[in-house]
Design a protein around this ligand. Sequence first.
Ligand code: SF4
Ligand code: SF4
Length: 116
Amino acid sequence: MPWIKQENCTGCGICIDECRVHAISMGNGFAHIDMELCIRCGTCHDVCPQDAVRHDSELIPIEVESNIDYTRKLLKNFQGEDERRQFLGRMIKHFNKEKIVAEKSIEKIQAMIAGE
Ligand code: SF4
Ligand code: SF4
């Protein structure tokens, strides 16, 4: 999924003109992508002269930290070694389920590419 790195965006508006589904708007001098409308065509990434439209993969460390912050926040609700351990085990199951959903989805998309 594309996202706009605000430090790079000059607000030139080129991506807004090129987005075929009008998913990009300007606010406070920066482009913003409405992910509900975005069809992931990649055009905004290709046309941006400032390299401000970034790839999803760059968000991985940020999202991992966000998940850990969330886990730490919830962990405060549990006292004692056993309770805390059980809670952390549930969080591992939660993220493991998300991993399996992603893996199965990738498998099915790969099958679509292969024409199955
Ligand atoms: S093309 Fe790039 S620099 Fe111009 S508004 Fe879009 S994201 Fe910002
Ligand atoms: S990826 Fe395509 S649809 Fe999504 S915001 Fe960029 S140009 Fe628009």
